[in-house]
Design a protein around this ligand. Structure first.
Ligand code: NAP
Length: 283
């Protein structure tokens, strides 16, 4: 059985869709804290099991018969390490043949504030003694395209990444990579630095939006604090706004750049282009 945790999330759902193209549905388990959210997956023959990262007993039950587990990182920022440890410990008790974890690009040296929780989780994965794959996912291009409607409405794109080049890829690209690793029998103890084929600056993103909409959309670069305040003003919780502003500030210094193309090599196709991602977001 291949277990995918957080299968109700945006990435988890895409991983399940990719797995369904590679292995029979009855070999796939969607492990979620609210099974009601994934009734559609059960309709497709996927096994749905209850699994909350804070509930070790539920994790043990969810991992029964597991050969491989994908731990998708929690979105509960600041509380993730103990939650992830629970999942890793349950995978160890189930003696799975592969534990894959969605980490962050260049986790060992990343200057992103959110990288600390990923580093601690990677350490726990290694300490588990299990065969593992570390899927060090770069930035989702959707982190930027999700707010393009607002940028078009306001006639400008704001951010804090300056001239930094961002090798973002689509969630669908990272999901395909996870499915390839889970469905295959590739080498273990692997670290994959996963990023988009082509990096862009936020000014280039704004230029692409201008090209596709026919409206001038300039990029306004903001200082880290100023950008965090803007994000709070548009409704983001302060800790999240600060993490995003930190990520942009680090991206300005190259923290989200990678040009090794390991992601497209793994999935056997180019990653989604910036133009395609912008088109998908605007339509
Ligand atoms: N690389 C990037 O650019 C980037 C950007 C954002 C996030 N991330 C990370 O990547 C992860 C996946 O991304 P995403 O877009 O799929 O995020 P998402 O749509 O927010 O999904 C988060 C998932 O985590 C699950 N979850 C949260 N707490 C849990 C718990 N205690 N027990 C079990 N499941 C729990 C949620 O379950 P419910 O459906 O029950 O809420 C949901 O399925 C995120 O959680 C975050 O760690 C990466």
């Amino acid at each position: 059985m291949i277990i995918v945790t957080a299968a109700s999330g945006q990435l988890g759902r895409l991983v399940i869709a990719e797995l369904l193209q590679r292995v029979p549905a009855e070999r796939i388990v969607a492990a979620v804290r609210d099974p009601g959210k994934v009734a559609d997956l059960a309709d497709q023959g996927v096994l749905v099991r209850h699994a909350d990262y804070t509930d070790p007993a539920a994790l043990d039950a969810a991992f029964e018969g597991a050969s491989k587990v994908l731990l998708i990182s929690s979105n509960d920022l600041g509380n993730r390490v103990p939650q992830h440890r629970n999942v890793i410990d349950a995978a160890a008790r189930a003696k799975v043949g592969l534990l894959a974890y969605t980490s962050v690009l260049h986790a060992d040296r990343s200057t992103l504030g959110l990288a600390a929780e990923h580093r601690a989780t990677e350490d726990a994965v290694r300490a588990s003694g299990l065969p593992y794959s570390l899927l060090r996912n770069g930035w989702y291009v959707e982190n930027y395209t999700v707010s393009l409607g607002g940028a078009v409405a306001h006639g400008a794109l704001a951010g804090g990444a300056g001239e930094g080049r961002i090798a973002a890829a689509a969630r669908a690209d990272y999901a395909a990579a996870a499915a390839v690793v889970l469905a295959g029998e590739g080498p273990k103890q692997q670290v994959y630095e996963l990023a988009g084929d082509t990096a862009f600056t936020l000014a280039e993103l704004a230029a692409e939006v201008s090209r596709q909409t026919g409206k001038p959309i300039p990029f306004h670069n903001l200082a880290q604090q100023e950008y965090a305040e803007l994000l709070v003003n548009v409704g983001l919780p302060k800790p999240l706004a600060e993490l995003i502003a930190d990520a942009d500030a680090q991206a300005a210094k190259g923290a989200l750049f990678d040009d090794r193309r390991a992601l497209s090599q793994l999935i056997g196709r180019p990653t989604v282009t910036l133009a395609a991602a912008v088109r998908a977001a605007l339509n």
